[in-house]
Design a protein around this ligand. Structure first.
Ligand code: F0G
Length: 488
């Protein structure tokens, strides 16, 4: 399964480079593509928040890659032999063994999903007045740290937020900034350093082994713990293997073990990493394990299920081993690269280089006439859905929170994320999306901004509602009909 040989690639005689599925489809689910007038009505019902759309109105669901990935035949088969019991289930011990084999970590605490791990880790290690330095935040991570009275410091490199770049490891930490943050806060105030694999909010961008090694050395020299969020480890592994000098012939398992050898503990969302649900916290440090262990039965469930169903546990055990298969971890980044490179070559603003997780449109540039206070990323998410039936996710100012004075904190970047659930969509579906994005880009001046009608104080992007400023939606729909006739 693991590949020690140089990377396998398929070359096309024509010279064209397109991604190729290394699997076949044996179970399918029917999709709906409703007319644009229905999509417009659905968007109004959803308060211009793609989280609030109903799946029946969505054609390609690219909201997230979380819990929406395709399982393998072996995963589905494993689910039918699950051993149901509250305590001591044989399914659990298979998963524990998979964690030990795949991650090379002795101790495992099961949780129902990634943020549950963040909850437990923050509760144990983050005290009021403490800081967690990290390459970049993730929404739920930040919220859990702040709810415990902590603060985050992002120590990304200058390349991280550049939309157009050919820097291969935009997820790296800036070593100078890390030194400065530790000096500023003092070692005792640093709860731990958090390194996120496949850095989600800057476009699914990886860090390099070299950078991880340096960060780990600094953490060790101060006696600070290093935590890795491995939710997006699949794609970070893929990028180290193909982009980092010296790793092309190293088996994926060895790359993964080397990565985790630099950490004190790690956690993952199984909704991404193993194409299942659930999650976990892993460590080789008995003391760290013991600090968190008793919170699992309190918040999640007994230590041998942690809020997961035994069927998910079985599928997760198999899914973790599949993370070591190059065909599995390369599928999503190669499809993402296809769309990113194609849009980029047409001058449509996207984050480059292509990362894992999804294609990220730079809404700030795409509709530069929409002021940031009118939420360009949210407006573009609505426009893409109305034009195509494809649902993406706003990753901009709507996804941040207001400051204490009640002012919007404008996001560093206004992104529309079009996530690629692993092994779910075909190339023709991606080509359809590419075509509709091009049409929208040609008609971008028609798109306007949004304003709140209902704004929750915490994680407002999940359930908040907005409305369009002016009648731009009607104009967009009219132009679509003029250009596409009676097409869906
Ligand atoms: N860490 C990262 C890097 C994530 O991307 C996510 C979830 C989590 C932690 C939390 O895990 O959802 O299982 O509780 N990301 C999803 C997304 C929600 O759509 O990007 P969870």
């Amino acid at each position: 399964m693991d590949q020690t040989a140089p990377l396998k690639t398929v070359k096309f005689h024509s010279g064209e480079a397109i991604p190729l599925e290394m699997h076949k489809v044996r179970v399918v689910q029917k999709l709906n593509l409703v007319p644009i007038e229905d999509r417009k009505a659905a968007m109004f019902d959803a308060g211009f928040n793609t989280f609030l759309l109903k799946n029946k109105d969505v054609f390609l669901d690219m909201l997230t890659d979380s819990g929406t990935n395709a399982m393998s035949d072996n995963q589905v088969a494993a689910m039918s032999v699950a051993d149901d019991s509250y305590a001591g289930s044989a399914s659990y011990y298979k998963l524990e063994k998979a964690v030990q084999d795949v991650f090379n970590q002795k101790y495992y605490l099961p949780v129902h999903q990634g943020r549950a791990a963040e909850h437990i880790i923050s509760k144990v290690f983050v005290k009021p007045g403490m800081v967690v330095p990290m390459n970049y935040h993730f929404t739920t991570t930040k919220a859990h740290i702040e709810i415990c009275g902590g603060t985050i410091e992002e120590i990304y490199t200058d390349e991280a937020l550049k939309i157009k770049s050919d820097f291969p490891f935009k997820g790296n930490m800036d070593i100078d900034k890390l030194h400065k943050v530790i000096e500023k806060w003092g070692v005792d105030k640093v709860a731990y350093i958090r390194f996120e694999a496949g850095t989600n909010l800057i476009g699914g961008q990886p860090f390099s082994m070299q950078n991880l090694r340096e960060v780990s050395a600094i953490a060790k020299s101060h006696g600070i713990k290093l935590l890795m969020d491995t939710s997006l480890i699949n794609e970070n592994l893929y990028f180290i293997k193909i982009r980092e000098a010296g790793y092309q012939n190293v088996p994926i398992k060895d790359i993964l073990h080397e990565m985790l050898s630099y950490t004190d503990f790690s956690y993952f969302s199984g909704r991404k990493v193993s194409c299942t649900r659930g999650g976990g916290i892993c460590t080789n440090d008995h003391a760290i394990y013991m600090q968190m262990r008793d919170l699992v039965p309190l918040f999640e469930g007994f230590l041998t299920y942690g809020g997961m169903s035994v069927r998910e546990i079985e599928a997760m055990a198999v899914g973790l081993y599949e993370t070591l298969d190059f065909d599995v971890i390369s599928h999503s980044p190669t499809f993402i690269k296809y769309l990113v490179d194609s849009l980029d070559s047409r001058g449509i603003p996207v984050i480059t280089p292509a990362g894992g997780l999804g294609c990220h449109l730079d809404a700030g540039a795409f509709i530069s006439h929409v002021p940031q206070g009118q939420y360009p990323a949210g407006a573009l998410a609505a426009a893409v859905y109305i034009a195509s039936g494809v649902r993406g996710m706003e990753r901009g100012t709507i996804s941040s929170v207001r400051d204490e004075a009640g002012n919007d904190v404008l996001a560093d970047v206004e992104l529309l994320r079009l996530a690629f659930p692993r092994r779910v969509f075909t190339l023709s579906q991606i080509k359809y999306l590419e075509d509709r994005i091009q049409w929208l880009y040609d008609n971008r001046k028609l798109i306007g901004g949004l304003e709140w009608t209902e704004e929750p104080p915490v994680l407002r992007f999940f359930v908040g509602k907005l409305k369009p400023i002016g009648d731009w939606v009607d104009k967009l729909v009219a132009k679509f009909r003029a250009d596409f006739g009676d097409s869906l």
